[in-house]
Design a protein. Structure first.
Length: 171
């Protein structure tokens, strides 16, 4: 099976969908944010606060280079696609799925989240809308498939991803 890579903005269900798909396919799941935390001893948000965004991007790129090329699902932190070199590594033998989420949906999910995220600082919808649009332009560059997560559960999204990628994953 080819590697399945999930990209998208914060709160787009990358982790929960990745876990559901990996369980369904009986393969390993890797989450770059969790791997950063294991490697650096702090969350991605804390690493940004302590050492800046470049430190996070460097850690993510190093981690991406160690991931298996097949038989796994990878949930990427929202900023991984900002690194072209990390995405070149991820593109190898992978199907890249962009989990699209609108700014109002992100705002709603952030309000309901207990996880620390640097985005919690961006509360107003206008600035969040601009931020999401900027990232969407980057996600589009790398995505083989896109799935909207708005108004859906993680389970709904996982099922849709599997429907859209099933035959491609097995090549």
């Amino acid at each position: 099976m080819r590697r399945l890579v999930l990209i998208g903005f914060a709160c787009s269900y990358k982790t929960s969908v990745g876990k559901l798909i990996a369980q369904s396919l009986n393969v390993q799941h890797f989450d770059t944010d969790e791997l950063v935390e294991q490697q650096c001893g702090m969350s991605a948000g804390e690493l940004i606060d302590c050492s800046g965004q470049q430190a996070l991007r460097d850690a993510e790129k190093q981690i991406v280079g160690t991931l298996p090329l097949d038989n796994c699902v990878v949930s990427c932190g929202g900023g991984v696609p900002l690194s072209d070199s990390a995405m070149r590594l991820l593109k190898r033998n992978s199907v890249i799925v962009w989990l699209r989420t609108s700014a109002p949906q992100v705002q709603l999910r952030l309000k309901n989240s207990t996880d620390y995220r640097p985005l919690h600082r961006t509360k107003d919808l206008a600035s969040l809308t601009v931020f999401v649009a900027e990232r969407d332009n980057i996600y589009k560059l790398y995505a083989d498939v896109d799935v909207s997560t708005d108004g859906k559960t993680s389970q709904n999204v996982a099922e849709e991803v599997l429907l859209k990628t099933g035959s491609v994953l097995l090549r």
